[in-house]
Ligand binder design. Structure first.
Ligand code: FES
Length: 234
């Protein structure tokens, strides 16, 4: 698979990790990573309207690379931002919360922060559970080894072996036409590890070698129930 340059968060400060006192480490902030501004499309190739999303339904799209899946959720209520989320390397960031007319729309990388379980067309171990769906209703749960993330708090880890939140995907809403865009990510990206770990499988799925090609212009959003033929529950 072709290799591309991956942006490293806060690269300039990385050297501080081994030498700085604790109060310096705590102050180190992850800044948003900008990728292409990409419009979200519905399943018919038309611009997706925020009003068309079903509340608390799990949607999937690819961004910022052809093979990296993300979740889109309308949580049905205003979602406040959350400060002080922490990546596994001790850096912190402030998640801005929901966007859209009701500030209820959120998006996250769908790559589990533990061992990178992610939705595929064949099976999905990780996904949003409907409220009332057992103890983890209203949460994003990875059934591979039971990591549970809270989409209302920036996909922070509630329980399980994951050691950082799902990376946030930065959303924008255009009130002029109710359209939605994604512009970048925030938090503990795992894209380089993802491409390294799944290189052989991705090479078979993306015969053009474009698994790590950047999404440009538009990306299609589909319900998880259409994206994955076998959704695991736990
Ligand atoms: S891969 Fe998700 S909990 Fe282990």
């Amino acid at each position: 698979m072709r290799r591309r340059g991956f942006v490293k968060a806060c690269a300039a400060g990385a050297g501080c990790l081994s030498v700085g006192p604790q109060w310096l480490l705590a102050a180190e902030q992850v800044t948003p990573r900008e990728y292409e501004k990409v419009r979200l499309l519905d399943g018919r190739g038309e611009p997706l309207r925020a009003a068309a999303l079903e509340t608390k339904r799990n949607y999937v799209f690819h961004y910022p690379y052809q093979a990296t899946p993300c979740f889109l959720l309308d949580l049905g209520e205003a979602v406040e931002g959350r400060n002080g989320l922490r990546t596994r390397d001790g850096k912190t960031y402030d998640w801005p919360g929901g966007v859209g007319p009701d500030r209820s729309l959120v998006a996250f990388s769908a790559i589990c922060a533990h061992k990178m379980a992610h939705p595929t067309q064949q099976v999905s171990y990780i996904g949003f559970r409907q409220p009332g769906e057992g103890a983890n209703g209203g949460k994003i749960t990875c059934c591979a080894e039971n990591s549970v993330y809270d989409p209302y708090t920036g996909a922070d880890v509630i329980s399980g072996p994951a050691d950082q939140p799902l990376a946030a995907v930065l959303l924008e809403h255009d009130p002029e036409d109710d359209g939605l865009y994604v512009t970048g990510t925030l938090g503990g990206e795992m894209f380089q590890r993802f491409f390294d770990e799944f290189e052989a499988r991705l090479a078979m799925e993306y015969l053009d070698g474009e698994a790590d090609g950047r999404i440009r212009g538009e990306t299609e959003v589909v319900p998880m129930t259409r994206f994955s033929s076998n959704i695991m529950r736990c």
